[in-house]
Write a protein that binds this ligand. Sequence first.
Ligand SMILES: Nc1ncnc2c1ncn2[C@@H]1O[C@H](COP(=O)(O)OP(=O)(O)OP(=O)(O)O)[C@@H](O)[C@H]1O
Ligand SMILES: [Mg+2]
Length: 583
Amino acid sequence: MKELKQLAGLLTKAERWSAIGLLALALVGAFAEAVGIGAVFPLLSLLSQPQAMLADERVRSVIVWTGAASYEQFVLLATAVLMLVFVVKNLFLAVLYYAQTRFVCLADARIGADLLSAYLCAPYGERVEHNSADRIRVVTTEVSKVTLGFLMPLIALVTEGLVVVSLVVLLLVVRPQAAVLAFVLMGAMSVAVQAGFRRSLGAHRHVRVEASSAMFRSVSEGLGALKETKVLGREQHFVRRFRDNSVRYARSTIVFMTMNLLPRLLMETAAVATLAACIIVTIVTRQPLDTIVPVLTVFGLAAVRIMPSATRMLSAINNLRYYVPALRDVSAHVANAPRPLRVELGPGTAAAEPLETFELRDVSFSYPGETAPTLRSVSLSIGRGEIVALTGRSGSGKTTLSDIMLGLVAPAAGEVRVNGRSIREPRRELGTYAGLVPQNFFILDDTVRRNVAFGVPQEEIDDERVWRALEQARLAERVRTDGRGLDMPAGENGALLSGGERQRLAIARALYPQPGLLVFDEATSALDSATESEIVETILTVSRTRAVLVIAHRPALLGIATRTFHIENGILTGASESERTVT
Ligand SMILES: Nc1ncnc2c1ncn2[C@@H]1O[C@H](COP(=O)(O)OP(=O)(O)OP(=O)(O)O)[C@@H](O)[C@H]1O
Ligand SMILES: [Mg+2]
């Protein structure tokens, strides 16, 4: 029941209604199965015992009603009706299976996409508590373990369960003693199978989740920090951790898959035992053996249908047991995911009014759990054409201040003003005004075009604008000489570019939306002085039409600032007006 509740919690209201609708269809399907197999019985009796059948008053009246001229004609008619019953039944079942599979697969797609949208759209500050390898694992693989490994088997269990019940009822009507015997035999087999598997499966299902998590982390850490991995010679660590856990995963899978195959063998044994029992019962009760031919045929057909159903049911139970931890894992991720889970993504950032002044007034901020505030009543104003520099020790709060200006985190107190207007929802509105060249940027393993127009759909990319951004970032020349133009590849994490080119690509990316305020966070700290002076030139160029904040220690950058601020213990001090006048 707890698991059912968790599962229901993963589905939307509409999906829960669909599930109920599918259940109703499965009921109809089970009834159709019984009707189909039940229809074989009269036809077989008609063929094997024509005399006895034709002597029956009811049969005769049916023949008269159909208008059949002869026995053969009636048999043909009955065969045609049987054919029709099976075709209609199987068409219906095909539609039912399609509807069930469609339901499960679309739920799978929806849950994964909703989780990702919750992760991406959540306020930036909430990112730190989660491991991204874990989130990648849940979104890409665990959700489908729940839908295909838990939801689908549950549907199969209910559907097949209904079929088995309706066929057993049919057999009870046709030959009660034998049906009871069959039911008891199969039931006993199933219980024995489940009891035998229970413990082993219980231990292995947890191993799968743990091993899968460790595998994802090994790959993501080892490949993600490839350079460090190689320089420090730690390849073996990641390979060993991955291999050990792959083997644990494999062992768990071996047990699980073998268990999924055994039910068929057991069911077959039970079916043959039932057949034997049927013959014995007929002989013991002294009934003529030829009367059991149609009964046996119906039993045979029923067995042919019950066996796969029962096998599917037993496998389904295995699956449900095995994937319970996956369900818990995904449920926990969904429960802890930032709300709202489904974020209605509006159109991209709208073009904002031109920025004249950008201002922070008495802004304070504390990280949750930290005793001392990171920013205390900070006030700062930057106008168009100005370059403001910000210095301070490591950990003094410079990046935090820029995060607030970018609308990544909301200030605890104070206000942000643009062109003299107070911004009510900084997280939503500031993105249209402010751009960032971060300290650590992520270059896509893609073309220069897509790196500059980061995340803009291909058909909406404005090549003119990409070139303009490259021009301003002083990267256009390099791209033009490449020959492939904007299709020039950047390589994984910019491996095909130099450090300075990567930096300029990051600047071009920040410039593409043409923000009124541009923040450079230690943008040149990793560059040599020649490359740095080129970036300085770039900053000077872009500052003509923008407000610029540079976070820096290096004299080259401080030299171009119109004013320099210092931050210490969360307090901003010393607006020293520099000599430089902006041209
Ligand atoms: N998400 C967070 N949760 C809690 N504390 C944080 C978080 N991010 C940063 N801090 C802390 O807040 C303080 C300011 O961090 P911030 O990144 O703003 O410093 P910084 O001035 O940019 O330093 P650096 O020059 O080294 O980049 C640091 O003491 C840091 O440990
Ligand atoms: Mg920083």
